[in-house]
Design a protein around this ligand. Structure first.
Ligand code: AN7
Length: 402
């Protein structure tokens, strides 16, 4: 039996119950009867790649209810040029920007919106720094649901805003930051105006855990020593860890990676808690960073994320905006991978932790890049020299010969 279970008190809820938190206030997670799950590495072999390849580990069983845009199956790039620059043995980038709407959120939404579909939900909603809204807008459009998204005014990258609008969501700009927008959409959900699809909804994380599954399969079941993840609302790092643990418990893999979370200096409540050895965060009142996707001061999944980091003997570190932008450029110019600023925090974090001696140069490392570079064209253009205007061939020749 698949259940929703409180990570604090253990109280269980059925999959068709609409609850976002336990009555004790704790976060919920989805649990399976893993002991009785009959899977082997061959189970998946002849199936299509993507999130639903791992259906035994997912909570929607009626295939007619599945809303999919063929998410997942993202490339895992071996990054030889960065290996040389950083002096590490084996480095990979798992590029989640290659998903249908350009971020890892699609993995969560295919499961969350499909689950909503099994419940005959008509209206869905979320607060978002941008990517969640773009993804929910797309999946709810395909499902024929109404969609309302609450965005922090003036702080959502242009590509994401364009997506949410174009897929047909009702877009509300909240005069305040993401944390405030999330408070409001949670109130709408509690009053049953919308089904909430932020990552406090544990079904979202079920889709996102397939990042861990894919990494294991793409590396021929030889699990990396470390996975480095950009952290905002802290759902994804929790989800990826859950995925690895489930593959471990069912005997599909025989080791686990150290989960390493990276935040921006201006929005780093999890890093602060980690460095004090705490299980809980103190909300960070006025988050600010160029990486608007992770401009979050009060991450809802902080407890799950901190547990993942402690359990896996991982780490949490913050990086400056300058380090983020430098890493973003380096990844594009040395490996041909264009990611948005938040995504480059995993690369910036790797560099910093190598310099600090926290990460060993002999480790096999996977950095997750969470969103596509085209999401934030303004940030990209700001970081580059202006194009040069030319009138004729002489102008061009002059420039080339300089
Ligand atoms: C590119 O879209 O929170 O730690 O509302 O878009 O799971 O929150 C986005 C988060 C990292 C952080 N990278 O992931 C939203 C939102 C990118 C992101 C994160 C986000 P979580």
């Amino acid at each position: 039996m698949i259940k929703q279970k409180c990570i604090e008190c253990g109280k269980e809820y059925n999959v068709d119950e609409i609850v976002y938190n336990c009555e004790c206030g704790g976060l919920l997670e989805i649990v399976y009867d893993l002991e009785n799950l009959e899977v082997s590495r061959e189970t998946f072999k002849n199936r299509e790649f993507g999130v639903w390849r791992y259906k035994e580990f997912l909570p929607v069983k009626d295939e007619n209810k599945i809303i999919s845009l063929k998410e997942g199956n993202t490339p895992l790039y071996r990054c030889k040029n960065l290996e040389e620059i950083f002096g590490v043995k084996e480095l990979y980038v798992k590029h989640e920007g290659a998903n249908p709407t350009g971020s890892f959120k699609d993995r969560g939404m295919t499961v969350g919106v499909s689950l909503a579909n099994t419940l005959n939900i008509k209206s869905v909603g979320c607060a978002s720094t941008g990517n969640t809204s773009a993804s929910l807008a797309a999946y709810s459009a395909k499902a024929g649901m109404n969609c309302i998204v609450l965005l922090p005014e003036g702080k959502v990258a242009l590509g994401k805003l364009a997506q949410a609008m174009f897929y047909g969501a009702k877009v509300l700009e909240v005069m305040g930051n993401f944390d405030y927008a999330l408070e409001m959409v949670r109130e709408l959900a509690n009053k049953k105006y919308v089904y909430l699809l932020n990552s406090v909804n544990p079904f979202r994380l079920e889709g996102q855990k397939t990042i861990g599954f894919e990494i294991a399969e793409q590396l021929n079941w030889d699990v990396p020593d470390r996975v480095i993840v950009p952290v905002g609302n802290a759902g994804n790092i929790s989800a990826i860890w859950k995925g690895f643990k489930e593959f471990y418990k069912t005997g599909l893999i025989d080791s686990l990676p150290k989960m390493t979370g990276i935040q921006a200096e201006g929005a780093n409540p999890i890093v602060r808690a980690f460095k004090k050895g705490k299980e809980d965060i103190e909300p960070y009142p006025n988050p600010e960073t160029v990486a608007t996707a992770i401009r979050i001061g009060n991450p809802v999944n902080a407890k799950k994320a901190l547990r993942a980091i402690y359990e896996s003997k991982g780490y949490a570190e913050d990086v400056s905006d300058e380090e983020i932008l430098n890493a973003q450029k380096l990844l594009a110019r040395k490996e041909g991978i264009f990611v948005e600023p938040a995504s480059a925090s995993s690369i910036a974090g790797l560099k910093k932790l190598l310099e600090e001696g926290i990460i060993d140069k002999d480790e096999k490392i996977v950095c997750i890049t969470t969103g596509h570079g085209l999401k934030d064209p303004d940030a990209a253009i700001r970081a580059c020299e202006k194009p040069i205007k030319v009138k004729n061939i002489d102008d061009i020749l002059k420039i080339i010969s300089n």
